[in-house]
Write a protein that binds this ligand. Structure first.
Ligand SMILES: NC(=O)c1ccc[n+]([C@@H]2O[C@H](COP(=O)([O-])OP(=O)(O)OC[C@H]3O[C@@H](n4cnc5c(N)ncnc54)[C@H](O)[C@@H]3O)[C@@H](O)[C@H]2O)c1
Length: 285
C-alpha cells in the first residue's frame, strides 16, 4: 500500500504531534478538529516543533517550509476523502469514537485504513461500528509524540494481517518502534501505567505525601523520568479517568476503581497541563 497523505482526526496534544511526525517524514497531512481555534493552535505548535529542529540544524528552514506546505487543516471530515490512512486522536470517549468511525467509514476511500490512537477503548468494538472491520487497527502513540519512540499496535479480533503489517511498516517509516499488543482494556501500556498513577492519586488523597514528594520518591526510587502525578498532568486527567473507567468496566475488578480525587479534578476542569492546572499549576502555553 502506497501511502502519501495521512489524515489525523483531532488536533489536540496527540493529534498535533502525530501530524508533526508525519510531516517530518515526508507525508502530506490533513488535520481535522471541531474547533478552528484548536487547529490554529496546532499549526503554531507544529511550527514551533519544527523550529527547534531548524535551530538544532537537523533540518533547514527550507525543509520546514516544505513540511508546513504539506499540511491542510479543516473542520470538515470530507477532506479525508483524499487519504488512504487516517489516525483518529479525538477525545477519549467511546460513543464519540464510535460515531467518528461511522463517519470516517463513509468518507475514506474503500480499502483505506482507519487507525485509532485510543488509550484504552476496544479496537474490536470500534471496528464493528464500520463496514470495513478488517481495516481498523489501534495505533497508540505516546506523549509527546515527536520524542517518544514507542507505538503500540493493537489488532482487534477482525483486523486483517495486511492492515496490521501496513500499520507496523508505517510506524517504522514515522521513525517509531512499533510493538504489538492484544486488544484488552488498556492494552499493555495503560493496563500497567494507569493503576500506578491512580494509586499515586490515592496516596495524595489520603495524605501520604505532597505531590512533589510522591513524584520525587517515584523518580529517584523507581528511576522513572517523571513522577506519576506530573505524568498524569501531562497525559490529561480526563484521559486518565476515562482509561480507569474502561479498565474497571472491561476487566470487572474493583482494583481499577478510579480515585475520587481524580474525578473531582476532572469535574473542576483541572485537566492537567493542557488546562493550566492539574495536580500542579502551569503557565498557559
Ligand atoms: N494525552 C496522552 O498522553 C495520550 C497518549 C496516548 C493516547 N492518547 C489518546 O489520544 C486521544 C487524544 O488525546 P489528547 O491528549 O490529544 O486529547 P486533547 O484533549 O488534547 O485533544 C482532543 C481533541 O479532540 C478534538 N475533538 C473532540 N471531538 C471531536 C470531533 N467530533 N471531531 C474532531 N475533533 C474532535 C478536541 O477538540 C480536541 O482538540 C485520546 O483517545 C487519548 O486517549 C492520549
Amino acid at each position: 500500500m502506497n501511502i502519501s497523505k495521512i489524515g489525523v482526526l483531532g488536533a489536540g496534544q496527540m493529534g498535533s504531534g502525530i501530524a508533526q511526525v508525519a510531516l517530518m517524514n515526508g507525508y502530506k497531512v490533513v488535520l481535522n478538529d471541531i474547533s478552528e481555534a484548536v487547529l490554529d493552535q496546532a499549526r503554531g505548535v507544529i511550527g514551533k516543533g519544527l523550529d527547534i529542529l531548524v535551530r538544532k540544524e537537523k533540518i533547514t528552514a527550507q525543509d520546514k517550509e516544505g513540511m508546513i506546505s504539506g499540511l491542510t487543516t479543516s473542520t470538515s471530515v470530507g477532506q479525508f476523502s483524499s487519504c488512504d490512512f487516517v489516525v483518529e486522536a479525538a477525545t477519549e470517549r467511546e460513543e464519540l469514537k464510535l460515531s467518528l468511525f461511522r463517519k470516517l467509514d463513509e468518507v475514506v476511500p474503500s480499502g483505506g485504513i482507519l487507525a485509532t490512537n485510543t488509550s484504552s477503548i476496544s479496537i474490536t468494538k470500534i471496528a464493528a461500528a464500520t463496514g470495513r472491520p478488517g481495516n481498523v487497527v489501534g495505533m497508540h502513540f505516546m506523549n509527546p509524540v515527536p520524542l517518544m519512540k514507542l507505538v503500540e499496535v493493537i489488532r482487534g479480533l477482525q483486523t486483517s494481517q495486511d492492515t496490521f503489517d501496513v500499520t507496523m511498516s508505517l510506524s517504522r517509516k514515522l521513525g517509531k518502534e512499533p510493538v504489538p499488543s492484544g486488544d484488552f482494556p488498556g492494552f499493555i501500556a495503560n493496563r500497567i501505567l494507569m493503576p500506578m498513577i491512580n494509586e499515586a492519586i490515592y496516596a495524595l488523597m489520603e495524605g501520604v505525601g505532597r505531590p512533589e514528594d510522591i513524584d520525587a520518591i517515584m523518580k529517584m526510587g523507581a528511576n522513572h523520568p517523571m513522577g506519576p502525578l506530573a505524568l498524569a498532568d501531562l497525559i490529561g486527567l480526563d484521559t486518565c479517568l476515562e482509561v480507569m473507567n474502561v479498565l474497571q468496566q472491561g476487566l470487572g475488578d474493583s482494583k481499577y476503581r478510579p480515585c475520587p480525587l481524580l474525578r473531582k479534578h476532572v469535574e473542576a476542569g483541572y485537566l492537567g497541563k493542557k488546562a493550566g492546572r492539574g495536580f500542579y499549576v502551569y503557565e498557559k502555553a
